[in-house]
Design a protein. Structure first.
Length: 567
């Protein structure tokens, strides 16, 4: 096993020499945290507390460790004590906000983010945290000013903001590359790579690894499980290894994944231990199935545990990272004109890059009445438009064009996924300000996946968002027979739904601009026969197009992985 970094070793030796030095223990806690060894970070925090009881900086570090360990109440208690003692410390306020998010105290988290930003309004990182959380809560106050501040910081390279949150901004692919590179640069500078692995000898099977925190009832698990089953069933040349950063959630998806792959539970391990587990499994091609999406482990990828590493599926954009060699895409989601905005070498599948679970069981739908939906009428009244994208994708532009559709289709409703905090109330207030009865916005609480699919069958037309559109949600809608209307843009994240439509053979549902989007939705709602024809065509294409053919996907995937490995 490789040695810890020189700086970490130095700090470990220092606390042995100076066991009464609280600052030394605090610095060690930070270093252990950054290396992903949470148990050692917690121990260092406890030693620091013994030397400096009740010190807010120490309590804050301990709270951050508890948060990463999933001990949310302990994290909250420690950070609240720290914030009480240091009410003007913006870092403590931000860490407290993160914990409040995960505790489901959404509006309190907003207050904490606002407090941190108010303390240091010129700090773009704090503006980025506030901006991202306001988007989740559909709180659009001062949104343009915050967005300008964050985009300017990326342009100036004056701050490293989270690339995943930046995907929701109205930015170009070039700006997204700049944002990702800034994030990757800082991580690369603090990460020590593993020693090169010895050349692999001739093997009967190609060892392929996948690193993610989504191996369970999670969008990543839902998208990949049927593909992995098809690979295990029909592509014996690939030996699949899943490295699960998340604990076993007891779900059916997790059991299916365990049955068709070798699943390594690496949750709670340090970054170095996880990298060593990948190296020990002899992985030749490693896929990063999380990227900058949060909850992943880019630090592990930065150590280079595999000779070839690939960005695929979960993060819809470029990593900007020198440790990812390739990006797996398709000809629609990433046209050649965008390749210069990607740090990876682009490899394209001959089909849509996004697999899906073709074994999903769709229960019978409940009644419309039980879901708060109106009865259908022949004149378009009662049309159910839906958008079950996450709340952070519901920006003013996307919501306003959906409301414009409602304005022109009397009696129709917009069915949305209920958001955190007061997001639903804010959206209804926004609708009322646009002259729309707020009760025409209907909200669905989060459901178990099968129950969600059952309800989705009641929707007539999915109205997508821009610039971050439906991904897993788009696949779900098309699978149950709900057509999806989208406006593909000029970034990866804004072209995923369009790619699904394109490869499904429903290219007419990819339209240009908001006016055509509104006109198409209105025309379909006013002409029930035309809408029925679209839905019938979707049902045929689902069977004939190959979009949901996971055996075919498995063959193409195996060919592509073998080609990547040879390179």
């Amino acid at each position: 096993m490789s040695e810890p970094s020189a700086s970490l070793q130095h700090l470990r030796h220092r606390v042995v020499r100076e066991p009464g030095n609280a600052l030394a223990w605090l610095q060690l806690a930070d270093a252990e945290f950054e290396h992903g060894d949470l148990a050692q970070a917690e121990a260092a925090c406890q030693h620091a507390l013994q030397q400096a009881p009740g010190h807010p900086e120490v309590l804050a570090r301990l709270g951050r460790v508890y948060w990463k360990q999933g001990q949310l109440q302990s994290a909250y208690d420690a950070l609240m004590r720290a914030a009480t003692q240091a009410p003007r410390h913006p870092g403590i306020a931000v860490w407290l906000a993160h914990v409040l998010e995960d505790l489901g105290q959404a509006e309190d988290a907003l207050l904490a983010y606002r407090h941190a930003h108010a303390l240091v309004p010129d700090q773009p990182q704090l503006a980025a945290y506030l901006l991202a959380w306001q988007r989740r809560l559909c709180d659009w106050r001062e949104l343009p000013a915050l967005a300008r501040q964050v985009r300017q910081a990326v342009a100036d390279a004056s701050a490293s903001v989270e690339p995943f949150a930046f995907l929701s901004e109205d930015s170009s692919a070039a700006e997204q590359l700049q944002c990702a590179r800034l994030r990757a640069r800082g991580l690369a500078a603090s990460t020590q790579t593993l020693a090169p692995s010895p050349p692999a000898g001739e093997r009967a099977r190609l060892s392929v690894g996948f690193l993610s925190n989504g191996f369970g009832a999670h969008p990543t698990g839902l998208l990949t499980v049927a593909l992995f089953e098809a690979v295990a069933r029909g592509q014996p040349r690939l030996d699949l290894h899943l490295f699960a950063l998340n604990d076993d959630d007891g779900s059916l998806i997790r059991r299916r994944l365990q049955a068709c792959t070798t699943l390594h539970d690496v949750g709670g391990r340090s970054h170095q231990q996880t990298a060593q587990a990948i190296r020990a499994a002899g992985v030749e091609v490693l896929f990063d199935l999380r990227g900058w999406g949060g909850g992943g482990a880019p630090e592990v990828l930065a150590m280079r545990p595999a000779p070839v590493q690939v960005n695929w599926l979960a993060y819809p954009g470029t990593s900007g990272a020198p440790w990812l060699d390739y990006l797996l895409a398709d000809d629609y989601v990433l046209p050649p004109s965008l390749e210069s905005c990607f740090s990876e070498q682009v490899i394209r599948l001959p089909r849509c890059f996004q697999p899906s679970d073709s074994n999903r069981v769709v229960p019978a739908p409940p009644s419309r009445l039980s879901c708060g939906l109106p009865p259908r009428a022949s004149d378009g009244a009662g049309t159910v438009f839906c958008c079950f994208n996450n709340s952070y994708k519901l920006n003013p532009r996307s919501v306003d064009r959906a409301l414009a559709v409602l304005q022109q289709v009397p009696g129709s409703v917009l069915w949305l996924l209920s958001g955190p905090g007061h997001a639903d109330q804010r959206l209804r207030a926004h609708a009322q300000a646009r002259g729309i009865d707020p009760q025409r916005l209907v909200f669905m609480a989060k459901q178990p996946h099968a129950d969600y699919l059952a309800r989705l069958q009641l929707a007539d037309l999915f109205l997508d968002t821009d610039p971050y559109n439906a991904h897993t949600t788009a696949s779900d809608a098309l699978w149950v027979g709900c057509p999806l209307l989208t406006t593909p843009g000029q970034t990866f994240a804004s072209r995923v739904a369009g790619s699904l439509n394109h490869h499904l053979g429903m290219a007419e549902m990819n339209v240009e601009g908001d006016q055509q989007f509104i006109a198409t939705a209105v025309a379909l709602a006013r002409d029930p026969a035309a809408l029925t024809a679209v839905r019938e065509r979707l049902a045929r294409q689902r069977q004939q197009s190959g979009l949901f053919d996971m055996d075919g996907f498995a063959a193409d995937f195996a060919d592509t992985v073998a080609r990547i490995a040879r390179r």
